[in-house]
Design a protein around this ligand. Structure first.
Ligand SMILES: [Zn+2]
Ligand SMILES: [Zn+2]
Length: 277
């Protein structure tokens, strides 16, 4: 029998706030900013649940999607149009961060699955650019943020003749370069802090990644202004290696995965786990 993974997307709208009750107003403000408001703030959450199991040779399915909708839909319904901190019991003493909400979904969905079907990943988007993933490893989660920068390049290899360069790279070999709005999705894996409910606070991740992107890449002609590309073509495969090396310096061993999108039609990945999405 073969093994398969299936992912089903769910959506719900809810509000939440971040507040540590034994911290002062100032301490809460410093950590969470406007997200401390007692009235909460809202998100159009997107929940991607990935299940795995043997493919049934008769039905050709891991699990019938109508069963997925019924089991997980019932869980999601409890979150929809709620103020998570107040309306749901699990968040009375647990910060409803993306990491913790993904973890609670895991714990609620897992017991309802039929025999032979397992949870692989719960991914929760709070915005299009910020999401958390939980893999069932109690206490640990992956947190991701999408960044962008603009740069130009010319694809050219010193080891090839002018004609060979034109043949290999085509219009990307244009002498005067061309540009992209690159997107980088940076993922870190860490323990979920018991007090803040966060892996790496968003502000810290943003600062470290933006520092690197702004200093090294934003507004640059890669093949001329970035030393790393003096001896290698400024392709996205090489660019993602450059970004990984730079971010390893800033983020350390918690760096989990990097995705680089050159245009809407192609992206590149490096890291612990190939994701393919
Ligand atoms: Zn929020
Ligand atoms: Zn290009």
């Amino acid at each position: 029998m073969s093994f398969g993974y299936i992912t089903r997307r769910f959506r719900f709208c809810a509000s939440h706030r971040y507040w540590v009750s034994n911290w002062t107003e100032e301490e809460n403000q410093a950590m969470f900013g406007s997200r401390t408001s007692k009235y909460g703030h809202g998100h159009n959450y997107i929940l991607d649940v990935t299940l795995k199991g043997e493919v049934n040779p008769v039905t050709g399915m891991v699990i019938n999607l109508s069963e997925v909708k019924r089991i997980i839909g019932a869980v999601v319904k409890r979150f929809d149009h709620r103020f998570l901190n107040v309306d749901l019991p699990w968040f009375s003493d647990l910060q409803p961060t993306a990491e913790n909400v993904a973890r609670v979904f895991w714990n609620l969905i897992e017991p309802g699955l039929p025999a032979g079907v397992f949870l692989h990943r719960v991914r929760l988007y709070t915005t299009e650019s910020v999401f958390a993933e939980f893999f069932g490893d109690e206490g640990e989660a992956v947190f991701s943020k999408r960044f962008s920068f603009s740069a130009t390049h010319r694809l050219q290899s010193d080891s090839l003749t002018e004609k060979e360069n034109r043949d290999v790279y085509g219009k990307c070999n244009n002498e005067h370069g061309h540009g992209h709005n690159y997107e980088v999705i940076v993922s870190v894996q860490q323990l979920i802090d018991a007090v803040t409910g966060m892996t790496m606070p968003l502000k810290e991740l943003e600062k470290k990644v933006r520092d690197f992107l702004n200093t090294e890449l934003q507004g640059k002609r890669l093949d001329m202004e970035v030393a790393y590309f003096r001896n290698k073509p400024a392709t996205s495969e090489n660019l993602i290696s450059f970004i990984r090396e730079g971010l390893e310096q800033k983020l350390g061993p918690c760096l989990y995965r990097i995705k680089l999108k050159e245009t809407n039609n192609n992206f590149f990945e490096t890291g612990e786990l190939f994701d393919g999405q």
